[in-house]
Every structure is written in C-alpha cells, then in structure tokens.
Write a protein that binds this ligand. Structure first.
Ligand code: SAM
Length: 279
C-alpha cells in the first residue's frame, strides 16, 4: 500500500492499467510519493484552496496534493487511459478530486473552480510554457490564480527567474517578473522520472503581484523586449531603430544608455522605455 493514502504504489497502478508512457504526450511520470508530496508542499497551504492540476497522468502528484490537504483538486488529463487510475484516487478522497478528460489548452476550467485557486503541474514542457504565457496574460489582472507551481526543464526555469547580465536573461524573465514573483524551489535529476527524460528539471513557484511591478502597457513592453532580445548582441539604439528616429533620445529619457545591450537593462528600465514609447 502507498504510505500516504492506502492506495497501491504507482508502479503497480501503471502496471495494472497498462500505462506505457507515450512520448508524444510528454509522459515522464513521478512515482515516488514522498517526492510528489514535497512538490505539493512547495505550492504553500492548500487546505483553503482549489488546486488546478494539469496533466495528472497516473496520479502521483495528484495524490501528493490530496495527501497534503488540498481542499479540492481539479485535474485535466488528455490521455483517457489514465482515467481509471484517477478514478481510484477520487474514491480514496471522496468529493475532493474532479477529473476532466480533455486538452488543457482547450478546456474551460474556470467554471469548475472556486477561488482561491493554486495551479500545480508537471506538464510536457511545450504545453507548460504555452500555458504559463496564457496564465500570465489574462483579460484582466489579478488573474484567477494565486500561485503557479510548475515543473520545467531546468534551462527554462533558469530563463524564468533570470536577472539582468546573465545568459538566461531575456523576454521570458521580463514577461514573468513584470507581474509575478518567480523562484526555483526544487531541482530534480532525470532519474526522478519514469521514463527518465534527457534533461534536468526544476520546479518554479510563481506568485502573482497585485499590480505590475512597474507601470507599462503590456503589448508595448512585449514589442520592445522582442526587438531588443531578437538582436541581443546589438546596441539598443540599433536593435530598437524601428521604433522611430528619436529612439536615442527616448532611451536617454528612460535612463538607458543608447549603446547598452538588451541583457544589461532591468525590468524597470524596459518599463520606463515602454511608457515613453506609448506616450
Ligand atoms: N503529473 C504526472 C506525474 O507527475 O507523474 C504526469 C506528468 S507527465 C510529464 C505529463 C502529463 O500531461 C501526461 O499524463 C500527459 O498525458 C498529460 N498531457 C500532455 N498534454 C496535455 C494537454 N494538452 N492537456 C492535458 N494533459 C496533457
């Protein structure tokens, strides 16, 4: 029996339901329930929260979330083969687990969630990045979630938390850090997963800010950082030339040296420039 919930160990669950991992669904499962409980704890106090879990698979992380006291878990899984295993988890935690069979990029989850909501997921990396971007660009701010606790390829995690003047610093860091606080809270070696992926992974915990860190128009900020980092080795006066003939004066007005390169500029600097471009 599983130590934390009386359900069978995940290896047995996977065998019993013949859940051979599918590469095209990015299936690398976590089988150690101590580890999944530890990941669940990184999300903070779950007892008063609904948790949205994307891609529960055989339910390792789901069991961690429930064992750690989540009020309710809404789990969205694309692979119908996982449903019977998840059904067993739902039975062990009556009324606390709802499973939706569908694509997380398409399902309307809001109808099924009661605030406050925390999002926790070990997702395929491509889906994870796409959802992160969506979760950070809702129609209105603050968004439906209080925090996002997500597994990423280590390199992507480093891009999310990167600070200026580092190799990983770029659009993703600026995009996330503008409206949220992001921290790497765990590193996991490939062997933590079955099958083991080629890369190392990290869990990133992201909490939303009530307001953007510095005022700016989101679309303008996106446009400027895209231009600046698409030619990250060039001086800004040249990479941002397309913004108008007076770009040098605007850079100076924003407190940025026109000869500086994108990776030297802080979020505050980019926001100051965005305000001058918008105005
Ligand atoms: N959370 C489980 C764990 O930690 O063991 C499984 C992790 S596995 C890396 C990713 C899971 O996401 C798989 O179960 C896969 O079927 C599911 N998945 C992939 N794409 C999805 C999508 N677009 N929507 C919902 N689930 C998806």
């Amino acid at each position: 029996m599983g130590m934390i919930d009386g359900l069978p160990p995940l290896r047995e669950v996977i065998r019993a339901h013949d859940l051979v991992a599918k590469k095209q669904l990015g299936q690398n499962f976590l089988l150690d329930l101590n580890l999944t409980a530890k990941i669940a704890r990184q999300a903070g106090d779950l007892s008063a929260c609904d948790v949205l879990e994307v891609g529960p698979g055989p339910g390792g992380l789901t069991r961690g979330l429930l064992a750690e006291g989540a009020r309710r878990v809404l789990a969205v899984e694309k692979d119908a083969r996982c449903l019977p295993a998840l059904e067993e988890v739902a039975k062990a935690y009556p009324g606390r687990l709802q499973v939706i069979n569908g694509d997380a990029l398409e399902v309307d989850v809001l109808a099924h969630l009661t605030p406050p909501v925390r999002v926790v997921a070990n997702l395929p990396y491509n889906v994870g990045t796409e959802l992160l971007i969506r979760w950070l660009t809702p129609d209105r701010w603050p968004p439906f979630w209080e925090s996002l606790t997500l597994m990423f390829q280590k390199e992507v995690a480093e891009r999310i938390v990167a600070k200026p003047r580092s190799d990983h610093y770029g659009r993703l860091a600026l995009f996330v850090q503008w409206r949220a606080e992001a921290k790497i809270v765990m590193h996991l070696p490939p062997e933590a997963f079955t099958p083991a992926p080629k890369v190392h992974s990290s869990v990133v915990h992201i909490t939303r800010l009530a307001e953007p860190r510095y005022p700016a128009d989101g679309a303008v900020l996106q446009r400027i950082t895209a231009m600046a980092f698409n030619q990250r080795r060039k001086m800004l006066r040249s990479s941002l030339k397309g913004l108008g003939p007076d770009i040098e004066e605007r850079l100076v007005a924003a407190g940025i040296a026109p000869t500086a390169r994108a990776e030297e500029i802080s979020l505050e600097g980019f926001c100051a420039l965005a305000r001058l471009i918008a105005g």
